[in-house]
Design a protein around this ligand. Structure first.
Ligand code: GTB
Length: 216
C-alpha cells in the first residue's frame, strides 16, 4: 500500500518549502519510501472529508493503509520508527535523537511561530514593530543557546537523525529574517541539511507543485 500525504494545492510560500509537508517528504526521501500526494485547496482542508482525517483542518496528513496520522512530529516519528535511516538503533542515542525532535518543536519553534504571527497577522497593529523586536530577541536567545551547544559539530548527536531533520526544518523558516545569519554555525548546519540529496528531492517535489500551477 502506498503512503499518501496531503499538501497545499497552492502553498502561500510559492514553493519555498516552508509548509510542513516538506518535512514529511524529506523524512520519506531519507528512508527511501515512495509516496503519493493529495493536494488540497484551503476550502477542501475545511470540508468534512479532510476534517475526518485532520480535525484542525490542516496539512500534512499521512495515510498508510488503514492508518491515518496528523501532526508532523508524530508522522516523522512513525516513519523513523519503521524505517532505518533517521533514528539510531541503540536505546540511548535513539532517545537523544527523539529528544531533539521535541526540542525543535517545543523549545525552538514556538518563538519562531510567534514571529510569523506578528509579521502576518498583527502587522497593522500599533504595537507590531515593538512586539517584533521582542519576538526577535526571544528567538536570538534560543538560537544562541543552540549555537553554543552545536559548536562545530556536523549534526546534533553524531550522525544525522530525525532530530536534525526537525531542527533544520524549524530553522529554515528563519532564513529570510536574517536572524539565522547572526549565528554562522547554525547557518552552516542548516545549509548541510539543505545539501542532503533527500532534502533536495523533497524540496524539488514540493516546488514542482507550485511550478505546475503557474505553467500555462
Ligand atoms: N502542528 C501541525 C501544524 C500543521 C500546520 O501548521 N499546517 C499548516 C500548513 S504548514 C504551516 C505553514 C503554512 C504556510 C507557510 N508559508 O510560508 O506560506 C509556511 C508554513 C496549515 O495547514 N495551515 C492552514 C490552516 O491552518 O488552515 C503539524 O505540525 O503538522
Amino acid at each position: 500500500m502506498t503512503v499518501t500525504i496531503t499538501a497545499f494545492r497552492q502553498s502561500p510560500d510559492r514553493g519555498a518549502g516552508l509548509a510542513r509537508d516538506t518535512r514529511v517528504r524529506w523524512a520519506l526521501e531519507e528512508v527511501g519510501v515512495p509516496y503519493d500526494v493529495r493536494l488540497l485547496s484551503f476550502r477542501e482542508m475545511k470540508e468534512a472529508g479532510h476534517l475526518a482525517l485532520q480535525p484542525f483542518g490542516q496539512i500534512p496528513t499521512y495515510e498508510d493503509g488503514d492508518l491515518v496520522l496528523f501532526e508532523t512530529g508524530a508522522i516523522i516519528f512513525h516513519i523513523a520508527e519503521r524505517h532505518a535511516g533517521l533514528l539510531p538503533s541503540e536505546t540511548g542515542p535513539r532517545a537523544r535523537a527523539i529528544m531533539w525532535m521535541f526540542a525543535a518543536l517545543n523549545t525552538v519553534e514556538p518563538p519562531i511561530l510567534d514571529r510569523t504571527t506578528t509579521k502576518l497577522a498583527e502587522s497593522e497593529e500599533p504595537w507590531s514593530e515593538q512586539r517584533l523586536r521582542l519576538t526577535d530577541d526571544r528567538i536570538r536567545i534560543r538560537l544562541g543557546q543552540l549555537s553554543d551547544h552545536l559548536g562545530d559539530a556536523e549534526w546534533l548527536e553524531g550522525g544525522f537523525s530525525a532530530g536534525d531533520l526537525m531542527m533544520v526544518s524549524v530553522l529554515l523558516r528563519l532564513k529570510a529574517s536574517g536572524l539565522l545569519g547572526e549565528f554562522p554555525n547554525l547557518a552552516a548546519y542548516v545549509a548541510r541539511g539543505e545539501d542532503r540529496p533527500a532534502y533536495k528531492r523533497a524540496f524539488a517535489a514540493q516546488l514542482a507543485v507550485f511550478t505546475a500551477l503557474s505553467s500555462p
